[in-house]
Design a protein around this ligand. Structure first.
Ligand code: B12
Ligand code: SF4
Length: 503
């Protein structure tokens, strides 16, 4: 893949027309904005349109009935968000990587006379910084807060900050407003969330952020089935941090999903393979791909991160178990841990190829503010800067122990170059020749089409291009399931080929 070239639309946010005076606002109207973030030149530009975030569609669902709500995702390349007529309230999601753009949008809307509410992960970890750019902050679960905020606006008593934790049973939450998403603009609009939290607390993960209490909560499986059915798409993506933290729940969910005859992918930790029967249940329920945080192939790195995980020597056997059940594996690897040396890059990609992982995602270790990793790096004087826009796991923001920052950055780029090369795609091809055409089509579309992605996104062609491949995959998967049901255990083969997108 040409990693140097990048269309402007993928690098820079759309221009905001300067405004010099406040205009009239449209009462009881709200706009929710997902800000632009620059895409990683090494990874696939298509990533954003494979897995729509559920943050704003979930909040939109709790909008009071007398309010209008609109949704705008700047990453869909349709220009700047609307401002005429001016919404009374603009809600903006803030993550550290796009915090600067969120603040720019906040300034623009406030200058015109709209009230700006900021929410999202960065508001939870850095509330003081965010408060300078907002009329109100939503710290924590936005679904619990959004309705209250809008009612307070109506009554002219907006507070500076609203707080809600993530302990409330969220089966009461209304289904997300997926109807607000551009249906043609995404591979699927069916992002689903069944659980919140994770049984692990890895020191580098945002779930370990100080003050964030997110116990593992599960929604009723019937709610998930209803939402999946109602959105009418053949493929769904679970955006849960870890769908497999409670195996018994996952089993119940699989039983409920099985009759739908749809396909789906989810993020799980590799210990989901402790029980081969559960893996089979997943396959029979339509799981065609898992996103697995292997993190590292060095056991000392896993131990230092505080992750409860099987030994890395056993990863290969577990990957094979998933493959035997027709489930493809997108492995996530973090580079730059304290036990990583110069050979980490080659060793990791060799392992990915040996085990024929259909996809892999690489991340440079990134200390998110508020996490134990951040405190450690700060106390050891190893943070290079606090420019949050570079805290995107594609830049080196700390001093690695056994590598220079340059070696880490180059090694990261090399990993993607090799993974996206023709040779690597070929080496990782499925053993089953029947799975090959779809695998190759999807790999080339996802990994080698960055020259094309901005056009597919801008002209809303994503669904049109992917849908036939998704439907082909679903049908193949149904045939595979019938064989699996008959045999009781699957023949060795690779899964169907919807890229199980992960972060
Ligand atoms: C879908 C997703 C994506 C999608 C879409 C991203 C997007 N911005 O639109 C894709 C695949 C493109 C993606 C890419 C990346 N992602 Co991502 N992604 C997710 C994922 C899996 C689900 C998000 C979601 O829907 N959550 C469910 C909703 C309901 O929860 P929520 O987002 O927290 O929102 C709640 C509150 O925060 C609040 N809230 C949020 N916004 C607002 C706004 C207002 C106005 C209000 C009132 C409230 C509010 O209310 C919501 C309901 O309670 C999360 C993991 C997770 N499970 O959350 C990671 C996650 C957000 N991603 C992460 C990362 C690191 C990335 C990447 C940097 C990875 C990479 N190297 O490519 C990129 C960067 C993209 C970017 N800058 O955003 C990290 C962020 C860590 C951090 N501290 O910032 C997470 C947490 C994963 C992880 N475990 O580390 N991602
Ligand atoms: S297993 Fe994954 S989601 Fe769970 S705490 Fe660790 S990094 Fe976070």
């Amino acid at each position: 893949m040409p990693t140097g070239w990048m269309p402007r639309a993928m690098r820079e946010p759309p221009n905001l027309v300067p405004v010099s005076w406040p205009g009239p606002v449209k009462p009881c109207s709200a706009l929710l904005v997902n800000p632009f973030y620059p895409k990683d030149p090494h990874a696939s530009f298509g990533k954003h349109v494979l897995t729509p975030s559920l943050a704003l569609t979930s909040i939109a669902a709790s909008t009071p009935e007398n309010w209008d709500v609109r949704y705008w995702d700047e990453n869909l390349l349709q220009g700047p968000p609307p401002h005429e007529p001016l919404p009374a309230v603009v809600g903006i999601s803030v993550h550290l990587t796009f915090a600067e753009r969120a603040y720019e949008l906040a300034r623009w809307y406030r200058a015109q006379g709209a009230l700006v509410v900021l929410g999202g992960l960065h508001v939870i970890s850095c509330p003081e910084e965010c408060a300078r750019h907002a009329d109100a902050l939503a710290i924590g679960d936005g679904v619990a807060l959004w309705g209250e905020i809008l009612r307070d606006v109506e009554q002219g008593r907006l507070q500076r900050a609203y707080r809600a934790d993530f302990r409330r049973p969220y089966r009461e939450d209304p289904p997300p407003r997926r109807d607000l998403l551009a249906r043609d603009g995404f591979l699927t609009t069916t992002s689903l969330i069944a659980t919140r939290g994770c049984h692990n607390r890895c020191g580098f993960c945002y779930l370990a952020t100080e003050g964030l209490h997110m116990p593992y909560l599960m929604r009723d499986v019937e709610q998930i089935v209803d939402e999946f059915q109602h959105d009418g798409q053949p493929y769904g993506v679970f955006v849960d941090n870890n769908l497999g933290s409670r195996p018994e729940y996952l089993r119940r969910l699989c039983h409920a999903l099985r009759p739908l005859e749809k396909i789906w992918s989810a993020a799980v930790s590799i210990d989901v393979t402790d029980d081969p029967d559960l893996v089979r249940e997943m396959a029979l329920a339509g799981c065609t791909g898992v996103f697995v945080g292997f993190e590292s192939l060095h056991n000392d790195n896993i131990t230092a991160a505080g992750k409860k995980s099987p030994r890395t020597e056993d990863y290969a056997r577990r990957v094979e178990l998933l493959h035997r059940n027709g489930i493809q594996v997108n492995g996530s690897f973090v580079l730059g841990f304290d036990h990583d040396r110069e050979d980490v890059f080659e060793k990791t990609v060799d392992w990915v190829e040996e085990n024929r992982l259909e996809c892999a995602t690489f991340h440079i270790l990134t200390p998110y503010p508020g996490t134990p990793l951040f405190s450690q790096m700060e106390s050891e004087g190893r943070l290079l800067h606090q420019d949050w826009s570079k805290y995107d796991t594609a830049h080196v923001v700390f001093q690695p122990k056994h590598l220079t920052p340059e070696q880490l950055a180059e090694g990261y780029a090399w990993c993607y170059q090799r993974l996206f090369s023709h040779a690597s795609i070929w080496r990782r091809r499925p053993r089953d020749y029947r799975a090959m055409p779809a695998y190759l089509a999807m790999s080339y579309l996802y990994k080698r089409s960055n020259w094309l992605w901005h056009l597919l996104i801008k002209y809303r062609l994503t669904a049109r291009v992917w849908r036939p491949l998704v439907e082909l995959t679903r049908r193949r998967h149904l045939r595979f399931r019938r064989r699996l049901e008959r045999k009781g255990a699957a023949e060795p083969r690779h899964g169907s080929s919807v890229v199980s997108a992960g972060v």
